[in-house]
Design a protein. Structure first.
Length: 453
């Protein structure tokens, strides 16, 4: 649509267009009885509507206006509240309750309508997936507003051609999550998962942001395939957040389609198979990540499966019965989760919270607790760092493995090149201890005995 006025207007910034407030609003908090729009144009128009930025009659005041102060004096207090300013500085507001900051009506309406679109598509969708669908719609609306809103200072006109992209993105996100969840959740938390088709599952959990989970996943896969074992690498992260995006020289053409708008792309990293999510959705709902059975390629046998869970450990550990967290499920053979941290106190503090989040699931025997702590970027603990570990991380400190700093990997991340030998040598003893690698020392002794005889 085209809105004309008679005086020049300044360009509309994205913050103003979205109501100058945070987009992190829960959808279920705004499910008012608002009629569903008959046209998708109304959804995107709410983002850039001038009425959402001005003082409409009876509307809440803008965030830029100072809130009204209500002075309340307790009846039992012998001394009334005083508003006398201190000796220096601006006057302090009197004590007492104040009104909550209002929310822009345009943003409230858009969030409510997107939530209604999501619930109308599939009413049984969990709240977390509703939130993700609303986020997808908000992102699409913001992108559309930025692309279609033009200001011409000469004639003072706003030109916006909205096409309902927000509603379309919301519906697509819900459709993907609903299709995946119709495959069904596990019948209960106590039944072990049959992991025999994947070999030994090695989930790699990031204890903190940027801990190096993708680096460790690549190192594990390289060590295993260099010992002539068949390895599957899995990255269930949103494609833009993938730490293994460049781990294969070329993107494979082999795809599976577990749900609408959701695909799994299989590529080769040397002799290891790399499986990654492939989608054009702006946001992947937690329930839209396909369950493990969709990730297995049609190979005769897999010795090990390395899963990079470093993209969102806080969400993964909150609900490990579905989505990416399903790779932590207890089963046969027993998975061997690894926890990755940086050699810093903040990283250890973050890791303690991740383990605390897993505690209830470990207690009810639903998931397997991390069995190995790996420190990326150091040969030993810096002074004063290990002492900051909480009780859960402390239990893993005696057997911690250190992957030394490699400047090329630190600068470029994981590429299609084989990981450096010093990183592979650091993790190899762990794989020997878990029985994943052949006993080369025993084989050498037997060969030497045969030659002597």
């Amino acid at each position: 649509m085209t809105v004309m006025n008679n005086r020049p207007r300044q360009p509309i910034g994205l913050g103003e267009a979205l109501g100058a407030t945070s987009l992190g609003l829960r959808a279920q908090d705004h499910l008012a009885d608002t009629p569903l729009p008959t046209s998708g144009n109304h959804l995107a128009a709410a983002v850039i509507s001038p009425s959402s930025r001005g003082h409409a009659p009876g509307s809440p005041r803008e965030l830029s206006d100072p809130p009204s102060t209500v002075v309340v004096t307790a009846k039992t207090s012998p001394t009334p509240v005083s508003s006398t300013p201190p000796p220096s500085g601006p006057p302090m507001p009197p004590a007492g309750p104040t009104a909550e900051p209002p929310e822009p009506e345009g943003l409230r309406t858009l969030v409510t309508e997107l939530a209604l679109v999501a619930r109308r598509t599939w009413p049984q969708l969990p709240s977390a997936d509703i939130d993700a669908a609303v986020e997808a719609g908000m992102y699409s609306a913001a992108t559309e507003a930025a692309a279609t809103t033009h200001v011409d200072p000469a004639i003072g006109s706003d030109q916006a051609d909205t096409s309902g992209g927000a509603a379309h993105a919301t519906t697509a996100a819900v459709a993907a999550a609903a299709a995946v969840q119709r495959y069904g959740l596990p019948p209960d938390t106590a039944t072990p998962v049959d992991w025999s088709g994947f070999g030994t599952v090695l989930p790699v959990i990031a204890g903190s942001p940027g801990a190096g989970a993708s680096t460790l996943a690549a190192v594990l896969a390289d060590v295993l395939q260099l010992h002539r074992l068949r390895v599957l690498m899995i990255d269930p992260a949103d494609p833009p957040r993938s730490g293994l995006l460049a781990a294969a020289r070329t993107q494979g053409a082999w795809l599976t389609h577990p749900a609408p708008h959701i695909r799994i792309r299989f590529s080769w990293r040397a002799q290891a198979v790399l499986a990654r999510l492939d989608t054009a959705l702006p946001v992947i709902a937690p329930g839209a990540v396909p369950p493990p059975r969709w990730w297995r390629p049609p190979l005769e046998e897999l010795h090990a499966t390395v899963v990079d869970l470093g993209h969102d450990p806080w969400r993964v550990t909150a609900h490990p019965l579905a989505g990416a967290g399903a790779w932590l499920r207890r089963g046969t053979p027993q998975p061997r989760p690894l926890l990755v941290v940086r050699p810093s106190r903040p990283s250890l503090l973050h890791a303690e919270q991740v383990l605390a989040r897993l505690d209830p699931w470990v207690s009810c025997a639903a998931v397997t607790a991390p069995a190995q702590l790996v420190v990326v970027g150091a040969k030993r603990w810096p002074d004063g760092v290990a002492g900051a570990a909480g009780r859960r991380v402390t239990a893993l400190l005696p057997d911690a493995v250190f992957l030394p700093l490699d400047r090329d990997v630190a600068a470029a991340g994981v590429t299609a090149d084989v990981t450096p030998p010093k990183l592979r040598q650091a993790i190899t003893p762990v794989l020997h201890r878990w029985g994943l690698l052949p006993d080369t020392a025993g084989t050498s002794r037997r060969s030497h005995t045969r030659r002597r005889s």
